[in-house]
Design a protein around this ligand. Structure first.
Ligand code: GDP
Ligand code: MG
Length: 388
């Protein structure tokens, strides 16, 4: 039988961000290698991270790899994403709920467009703590690296991250992967910086249980399993839950994290829940598992929405009243009608207030973040203001 997951340390969700080819995946692999040598987790090689499980639905690919590791003081779930579009999607939709991020900047290349965009994105989705990995330090010269460091600190300051106090650690993911002691030590220094600089978040453990479903699987002989990150509250084996979207109530008969059974999962945990007697095709990504009666699904709300500029991959033309894009809310994908009121126009690069009427009811609440998508790309990021 499997070893149970024992909660001995606080759990945090972190991830690598940064421009393509600056070494995010290499660094992720290097972290698992360095920690596995201390006996704190399994080494996950580059190829396994870069071939993240893909889920294609309605032509939209959600692509992110989770690796798990422990430092002396914490348990981490770390996400790495292959391409820039994956960052926009996973971060604004909340699929990657990061408590902190490691911004990877190549010491050889410096700040590049996606470096800046990921910092902007992190700010918008409420990632409050960033640690910088100045990667490829093996290949850069010291003077150039000093300049890159200044550049990164300025960028962070410009986005309200207090660039002067953000830890910037010079590392070589490649060097550490190759076993070079100097660069192995650099990865340890980076992890120390994450441990100390990124605070343990306040979890909404006391709130009623809620988990957006990311994936549905069938385990032969056991039944239907739904996976996702617990947004708030706790859940244990034997709890009654409601599946919003499937309009069904059931009992949780198993709780696991990274393949290990646990008796109680709490806000922030990435878990798989076994649901009693629920057919595989009754539930799907986008549905929400919650304590019965604790949420009422709604469809009309006002929101503040940032319309991405063309440079950020957004539209080149304004949005007007009558616009009907897709709304990504938690893990759900729902069509909605936009009413811009007054002038009725929102230009790319602007932040506006809009009224939205969704095509179906979903669990909503003020402060909830969402993405606006059109033709398979993200064109806006918003927050629910008021339910109507
Ligand atoms: P990603 O796109 O940010 O995930 O970048 P990858 O991890 O795929 O790395 C891109 C390229 O940079 C690969 O050829 C790596 O071998 C190389 N690379 C990554 N980290 C380092 C490093 O620390 N030093 C050097 N010299 N090359 C690196
Ligand atoms: Mg990569």
């Amino acid at each position: 039988s499997k070893t149970a997951y024992v909660r001995t340390k606080p759990h945090l969700n972190i991830g690598t961000m940064g421009h393509v080819d600056h070494g995010k995946t290499t660094l992720t692999a290097a972290i698992t290698k360095v920690l596995s040598e201390r006996g704190a987790g399994a080494f996950v090689p580059f190829d396994r991270i870069d071939r993240a499980p893909e889920e294609a639905r309605r032509g939209i690919t959600i692509n992110l790899a989770h690796v798990e590791y422990e430092t002396d003081t914490r348990h981490y779930a770390h996400v790495d994403m292959p391409g820039h579009a994956d960052y926009v999607k996973n971060m604004v939709t909340g699929a990657a709920q990061l408590d902190g991020a490691v911004l990877v900047v190549s010491a050889v290349d410096g700040v590049m467009p996606q470096t800046a965009e990921h910092v902007l994105l992190a700010r918008q989705v409420g990632v409050d703590h960033i640690v910088v990995a100045l990667n490829k330090a093996d290949a850069g010269d010291d003077e150039l690296t000093d300049l890159v460091e200044l550049e990164v600190r300025e960028l962070l300051t410009a986005h309200g991250y207090g660039g002067d106090s953000v830890p910037v650690v010079r590392v070589s993911g490649l060097g550490a992967l190759q076993g070079d002691p100097r660069w192995t030590a650099s990865i340890e220094a980076l992890l120390d910086a994450v441990d100390t600089y990124v605070p343990t978040p306040e979890r909404y453990v006391d709130a009623p249980f809620l988990m957006p479903i990311e994936n549905v699987l069938t385990i032969t002989g056991r039944g239907t399993v739904v996976t996702g990150a617990v947004e708030r509250g706790t859940v244990r084996v034997g709890d009654r839950v409601e599946v919003l979207g499937a309009d069904t109530e059931t009992v949780v008969t198993g709780v696991e994290t990274f393949g290990k059974p646990m008796d109680r999962a709490e806000a922030g945990d990435n878990v798989a829940l076994l649901l009693r007697g629920v057919p595989r095709d009754a539930v799907r990504r986008g549905h929400v598992v919650a304590r019965p009666g604790s949420v009422v699904p709604r469809r009309r709300f006002t929101a503040r929405v940032y319309v991405l500029s063309a440079r950020e991959g957004g539209r080149t033309t304004p949005v007007t009243t009558g616009y009907r894009p897709q709304f990504y809310i938690r893990t759900a994908d729902v069509v909605g009608d936009v009413d811009l009121g007054g002038t009725g126009v929102a230009r790319p690069g602007e932040t506006v207030t809009m009224t939205v009427e969704l095509g179906r009811d979903v669990p909503l609440e003020p402060g909830l973040g969402f993405a606006v998508r059109e033709g398979g790309r993200t064109v806006g990021a918003g927050t629910v203001s008021e339910l109507l």
